[in-house]
Design a protein around this ligand. Structure first.
Ligand code: SF4
Length: 284
């Protein structure tokens, strides 16, 4: 069985006290609890403070172009659909630059787990407002306050076809670890939006703010009820943050299930697809 040490890369350079530290530890713990080791999964990182985790987490991993983590994970999944593929990105990267990919990955119900560090700012570039920042939020890039409504990732994912949609908080290690485990185990597109304070550039959405304004879904809550899930997702507009699995659909096929080419084996085991010369013969 792997240990935290096996998944540990370089020492994190995140600001002391940043919510990213907790998320990094929760991901490692969840992977260990699920009996993964660094060679049993593929992780695609976006660009941003969250993407810096590519140096701190020991696994097969790449840093994608800004906003392009999801299509890289989908490509890897098509090449080897038996491999677990995880995306770790920030709210700016995933919902801003990569918003189009995010929506269409939900539609395809691709079997990948997308973990989003939602701190409502672009922390790496010193605090510009990100898509999930609240209307009116003032930052270096929006000195008079944001005019647009904030992007609602939970409602977008549920409405566009994601089959597992959850939210958790980087100040609650146990909850976060359990939700990440559930998301990784899900067959289909899973979104885990993690409320993560950026202590350096976001002085509004702090640990204290989330402790005061979030609540855990009750044990009686039924995540199979799509209308209820949308209702919960829309509570974002009244600044109440539900924590837990908002939506889960078990019986929908994922994208790879529809491909006859993947029925008997993974694509990379097919000599034609792993040898460029053989592949190009078809076009000569
Ligand atoms: Fe964390 Fe913000 Fe520092 Fe980035 S800038 S490491 S998000 S506290």
């Amino acid at each position: 069985m792997s240990t935290t040490q096996d998944f540990t890369g370089y020492t994190p350079t995140w600001c002391p006290g940043c919510g990213n530290h907790g998320i990094g530890m929760a991901i490692k713990t969840a992977l260990i609890k699920l009996n993964h080791d660094p060679s049993s999964l593929f992780v695609v990182f976006g660009i941003g403070c969250s993407g810096n985790m590519s140096d701190f987490l020991n696994a097969y991993a790449i840093n994608a172009l800004h906003g392009r983590a999801i299509p890289n994970a989908i490509g890897a999944k098509l090449a080897n659909h038996k491999m677990k593929a995880i995306v770790v990105a920030g709210d700016g990267d995933c919902y801003g630059e990569g918003g189009n990919h995010f929506i269409h990955a939900c539609r395809g119900n691709f079997d990948i787990t997308v973990i989003v560090h939602d701190n409502r700012v672009y922390g790496l570039t010193t605090g510009q407002a990100a898509p999930t920042a609240e209307k009116g939020y003032k930052s270096k890039s929006t000195p008079f306050g944001i005019i647009e409504e904030c992007f609602n990732p939970l409602a977008a994912a549920i409405s566009q076809g994601a089959t597992f949609v959850a939210q958790t908080f980087s100040g609650d290690m146990n909850h976060m670890t359990k939700i990440i485990q559930k998301g990784i185990l899900h067959k289909g597109f899973s979104l885990i939006n993690i409320l993560q304070p950026c202590i350096t550039f976001n002085k509004i959405n702090t640990f204290k703010f989330y402790l005061k304004n979030s609540y855990k879904l009750s044990e009686k809550y039924n995540p199979k009820d799509k209308n209820k899930a949308m209702e919960k997702a829309n509570e974002l507009n009244s600044i109440k943050f539900p924590l837990g699995v908002l939506y889960k659909e078990n019986n929908r096929k994922n994208y790879c299930d529809y491909l006859p080419q993947l029925k008997n084996n993974v694509l990379i085991k097919n000599k034609k697809f792993s040898d460029c010369k053989l592949l190009l013969q078809d076009f000569s």
